[in-house]
Write a protein that binds this ligand. Sequence first.
Ligand code: AMP
Length: 421
Amino acid sequence: MSFESLGLSAEILRAVSEQGYSEPTPVQAESIPAILAGRDVLAGAQTGTGKTAGFTLPILQGLIGVPRQARPRTRVLILTPTRELAAQVHESVRSYAKYLDLKSSVIFGGVNINPQIRKLSQGVDILVATPGRLLDHVSRKTLDLSSVDCLVLDEADRMLDMGFVHDIRRIISLMPETRQNLMFSATYSKEIRKLADSFLNRPVNIAISTGNTAADGVTHVVHPVDKARKREMLSHMIGSNNWRQVLVFTRTKHGANRLARQMAMDGISTAAIHGNKSQGARTRALADFKRGEVRALVATDIAARGLDIEDLPHVVNYELPNVPEDYIHRIGRTGRAGQEGKAVSLVCIDEAELLGGIEKLMKKPLRREIIEGYEPDPSIKPSVKTANGRRSRNNRSGRSQPARNSSSRRGNGRRHSRRAA
Ligand code: AMP
């Protein structure tokens, strides 16, 4: 199938070909005709499948030919869970609409609202927004949703995870009842189905991947290692394998900061990206990483949503995510659009259960590979979960408390981390 056969205008086809796309991805081949036909769509498509163009191209096509005076207010609203994804989707909208006379804008929190107000006052056809800032504009009466006739919920599962369900319902209540609705979600939970049932009208179901399968080109490997030696081993792996661009996931913001600091001390240029960082700092870190000036980017799950980094060769799970589906989201950054990618997980004894959950979701065991010099210490027992869900050390062996300076425990580890520098 070709883009030409989908009934898109010459201006859109030109922009698509400038992006270097030769043929539609599977999600595009299914979603574009359905959206052009005016249908509601429920698509199970994760990041990396080309879903953004899958909804943007037919939306642009639908707006062509409507004279400007007939569309003074916002016609299309694209909601995303994070600022990064909003910015990235808007970038895509701009590039695909390059040769069209359409106005688009993006609004999200964490930045000054006034430039957004000015932009909205000039009228935009397509608005990309995160829910909180969108409602802020609504309450200031700087945005009117009464003429929206197409709504896109992008990464709907993540929006629910982030607690946006009431905001979404409120936003929906501000729009005309008759409109086209498009919902994209990497995973399907009961809540997602409930939300879909509540506002989609006889949707076309598109299941490119169930969301619970990762891209084919990704190699998964698990390195069992003691918790206290993970950082040292990671610096060693980056250095000895000469990885130039690595996205590293931690569970917490604090953990991301600490790891970034320590890796920098190992001589690896590293930046952290998480929700406590200002928008400017996040954008800078991402730009430095993309340019290759920063070799490792340490991110939390939420901050990493929507990061558009093409052909990322390595994704490292420094800590496994609490929710198995997040493993799929994380590694969606590698093996994109048919490229080869490697998903590396550093797994300590406390994470055995989390690993089991991921393997169950993936419906296959992940290959284990012990790195020489970093063999797990068999005397370390799993820590026990306390009532508040935290873990405390089961100190029976007397050796399980990690040494403060773990690299002094095994000489070769120190050598490795120096080599990494
Ligand atoms: P998405 O799933 O929308 O985040 O897109 C993933 C990546 O695939 C983006 O970097 C797009 O630029 C790229 N992409 C989208 N459509 C195509 C296509 N038809 N052919 C090749 N790459 C594409």
